[in-house]
Design a protein around this ligand. Structure first.
Ligand code: SAH
Ligand code: SF4
Length: 360
């Protein structure tokens, strides 16, 4: 990686990012500057309705205020250093370089009607799942609220220009959302705010590796935002090999927390399962999973492994996937096979950054 001159980012490191502020905070900032409250509302609309790229675009504001905003605040989370569109044109991935030189990835996936964004919540990840490119790079830091929200507004702006909008968000990019609990949930609140982007809470999925205390806290908050649990194995030995976090919170504790969540919220849980040939795609694992989830309000997403540089495993064949799915049916458990989108543009979590940084 080439080193990044610190001066280049000095301004943005010390500058307020407007996407870090709630409406009351923005109102307080502008009040400090001697501005009436309605100005804050106007700025808010430029941020969340028009997705302005900079203060200069906020043409309904007096020139002096625009200039001060331009000098003392920013709307950008960093530079887009790589942008890739998949061959079929339906998947776009960007790599942002944040003001302190960290990298994060965001992916836009276009379906028939949906425009789904896969966003990051941390630079790197501390959880060390062996098959995950982000886990392989280690933990750098949590993302701020602005850095989470800014990934969405970046694409919202682009979509708005062609008369489209973000319809769904999955927190399945880099990082463990519940490790960065406060900023992640503050970002969810911001994205669902009726005076702002006004996304439906049910359209945002939080995916977690299984941080048990955080799942319980999340259940207690009774939020509408769906939760997905990355299970990937149905016994402690196998799961501990793939997901080190399992040694801290083994499957029995995780399933207790999951049942607690379903009881508290009445909401269905999704379980994620990356199918790895000869590893966790055996009939034995399928039956163990069936027993774990039997009778629970649950759905399983089966995703053939996306190979990564630091892990030797291979994706399961379509036959193995079908057999696994059939075994789950015996327990009355529904599952969906998901194809990882944009494999040709390294759209698996953490892979674009890997390529960029190592210059491969
Ligand atoms: N940290 C959270 C969310 C980010 S990872 C979590 O682990 O749930 C999003 C999903 O991608 C998780 O289910 C994760 O296990 C899965 N994943 C990571 N690397 C993968 C790979 N190489 N192939 C398939 N799925 C992968
Ligand atoms: Fe972190 Fe999720 Fe990757 Fe595990 S799969 S290392 S929790 S980002």
């Amino acid at each position: 990686m080439s080193s990044i001159p610190v001066e280049r980012f000095a301004k943005s490191l010390n500058t307020i990012n407007l996407y870090d502020l709630s409406l009351p905070e923005l109102t307080a900032l502008l009040a400090d500057w001697g501005q009436p409250a309605f100005r804050a509302r106007q700025v808010w609309e430029w941020l969340y309705r028009h997705f302005a790229a900079g203060a200069a675009e906020m043409t309904s504001l007096p020139a002096a205020l625009r200039e001060r905003l331009a000098a003392e605040t920013t709307l950008s989370i960093g530079d887009v250093v790589v942008r890739q569109d998949s061959r079929d044109g339906r998947t776009t991935k960007v790599l942002f370089r944040l003001p302190d030189g960290q990298f994060i990835e965001t992916v836009l996936m276009g379906y028939e009607k949906r425009r789904t964004l896969c966003i990051s919540t941390q630079a790197g990840c501390a959880m060390g799942c062996v098959f995950c490119a982000t886990g392989q790079m280690g933990f750098m830091r949590h993302l701020s609220v602005a850095e989470i929200v800014g990934q969405v507004t970046y694409f919202a702006r682009e979509l708005a220009a062609r008369g489209e909008h973000v319809t769904n968000i999955v927190m399945m990019g880099m990082g463990e959302p519940l490790h960065n609990y406060d900023n992640t949930l503050a970002a969810v609140d911001r994205l669902t705010d009726a005076t702002g982007l006004n996304l439906g809470a049910r359209k945002i999925t939080i995916s977690t590796v299984g941080l048990v205390p955080a799942i319980r806290r999340y259940a207690d908050e009774q939020r509408q935002t769906p939760l997905a649990i990355s299970l990937h194995a149905a016994d402690d030995e196998e799961r501990g090999r793939l997901l080190p976090v399992n040694r801290r919170w083994p499957i029995a504790e995780l399933m207790d927390a999951c049942r607690y969540y379903v009881e508290k919220t009445g909401r269905r849980l999704t379980f994620e399962w990356a199918l790895i040939a000869g590893e966790n795609d055996t009939e034995e694992q399928a039956h163990k999973l069936g027993q774990l989830l039997r009778g629970m309000l649950a759905h399983v997403n089966l995703i053939p492994l996306n190979p990564t540089a630091g892990y030797g495993g291979a994706p399961s064949s379509p036959e193995r996937v079908a057999r696994f799915q059939k075994a789950l049916e015996e327990y009355g458990i529904g599952s969906t096979v998901r194809v990882r989108r944009g494999i040709d543009i390294q759209a698996g979590c953490g892979q674009l950054r890997d390529r960029h940084v190592s210059g491969q």
